[in-house]
Design a protein around this ligand. Structure first.
Ligand code: NAP
Length: 272
C-alpha cells in the first residue's frame, strides 16, 4: 500500500472553528491536483494568535486561512499586505513570499467573481449590513466598477462609518425597500439557520426580474430572501458562491492551480 507523505502543510485559524468547510475544499483540491499537501483546522483563541503567528514563522507551514475573529488581529504579525487586503481592511489568507509573510484577502473576489457575468447590467447596488462581510462586499463591488453603491444597516452609525471610508451612500434602514436596485447584497445574519432563519433582510415590493439578489448567507441554501427574490423573478446568486470563489482564489495563491468550479460547488453542497 502506498503511504501518503504530505510535503506541505496548510490550515485555518479561527474561533470557534466548529463547522468550517475549508479543510474539505482544500484537501479535495490537493488530491485532485496530486499535490502532496494537507490542510488542517487549528482552532485558536484570540489570546493565542500572537503565539500561533510565531509558530507559523518558525515551522514549515506554507499557508493559512484566517477567519472570524482573527481577520484584523493577524495584521499585527505579518510583513506585507496586498492592495486588496488594504482595501478590505482585513486579511483572510496568509502565504510566504521569500522570507516575508504576506496577508491577502480573497473574500472580495468571493463577491466579485460570481457577479462578474452580470457586471454590465449593474449600475445601482444596495448592500444590507455593515459588519465584516460587508467590507469585502464593498471592495468586491468596487472591483467590478460599480459606482452607485448604497449601504443600509440596522445600526446606522456602522453604515455611516463604512460609507465614509469607502465613499458610498447611506440609506436609512426603514427606507431600504422604497426603490428599485439592479443588485441587492445581503451581508447581515438575517436568514441564517437558527433564530433569524425566517427573517427577510429586504422588503421586495420594488424589485422585479431586473434585480439581481446575492445572499451571502449560505446556510440554509434557500434563505427566505432567496425564496422571495425567486418568486419576484429576480436573478439569484446563493451564498455558497462566495465560499467557492474565495476558496478557489486561496488555492490559486498557494498552489498556482485552478480548482474545478463545478466540482468544488458540488462537493460543498453535498456536504452542507
Ligand atoms: P458581523 O460582522 O457580525 O455583521 C452582522 C451584520 O448583521 C451586521 O450588519 C448586523 O447589524 C446585522 N444583523 C445582525 N442581526 C440583525 C438583526 N436582528 N436585524 C438586522 N440586522 C442584523 O457578521 P459578518 O461576518 O459580516 O457575516 C454576516 C453574514 O455573512 C453571516 O450570515 C455570514 O454567514 C455571512 N458570510 C458568508 C460568507 C460566505 O462565504 N458566503 C462569508 C462571510 C460571511 P448591526 O450592526 O445592527 O448589529
Amino acid at each position: 500500500m502506498e503511504v501518503f507523505k504530505p510535503e506541505k502543510l496548510f490550515g485555518i485559524i479561527g474561533h470557534p472553528l466548529g463547522h468550517t468547510m475549508s479543510p474539505l475544499l482544500h484537501n479535495w483540491g490537493f488530491s485532485e491536483h496530486k499535490i502532496p499537501a494537507v490542510y488542517m483546522a487549528w482552532p485558536t483563541e484570540p489570546e493565542k494568535v500572537e503565539n500561533f503567528m510565531q509558530t507559523f514563522r518558525n515551522l514549515p507551514i506554507s499557508g493559512i486561512s484566517v477567519t472570524i475573529p482573527h481577520k484584523l488581529s493577524v495584521m499585527n504579525y505579518i510583513d506585507q499586505l496586498t492592495e486588496r487586503a488594504k482595501s478590505v481592511g482585513a486579511v483572510n489568507t496568509l502565504y510566504w513570499k521569500g522570507d516575508k509573510i504576506v496577508g491577502d484577502n480573497t473574500d472580495a473576489a468571493g463577491v466579485s467573481e460570481p457577479l462578474r457575468p452580470y457586471s454590465d447590467q449593474i449600475k445601482t447596488a444596495l448592500l444590507i449590513g455593515a459588519g465584516g462581510a460587508a467590507r469585502a462586499a464593498i471592495t468586491g463591488l468596487q472591483l467590478l466598477g460599480i459606482n452607485e453603491i448604497f449601504i443600509t444597516n440596522r445600526t446606522k452609525s456602522k453604515a455611516d462609518d463604512l460609507a465614509a471610508e469607502f465613499k458610498i451612500s447611506v440609506l436609512d434602514w426603514d427606507t431600504r425597500g422604497d426603490q428599485h436596485f439592479d443588485l441587492i447584497v445581503n451581508s447581515t445574519s438575517l436568514g441564517m439557520s437558527g433564530e433569524f432563519q425566517e427573517i427577510n433582510p429586504m422588503i421586495m415590493d420594488n424589485q422585479d426580474a431586473n434585480t439581481i439578489v446575492f445572499d451571502l448567507v449560505y446556510n440554509p441554501i434557500e434563505t427566505v430572501f432567496v425564496k422571495e427574490a425567486k418568486a419576484k423573478g429576480c436573478t439569484v446568486i446563493h451564498g455558497i458562491e462566495m465560499f467557492v470563489h474565495q476558496g478557489m482564489e486561496q488555492f490559486r495563491l498557494w498552489t498556482g492551480k485552478k480548482l474545478d468550479e463545478k466540482k468544488a460547488r458540488k462537493l460543498l453542497l453535498d456536504n452542507l
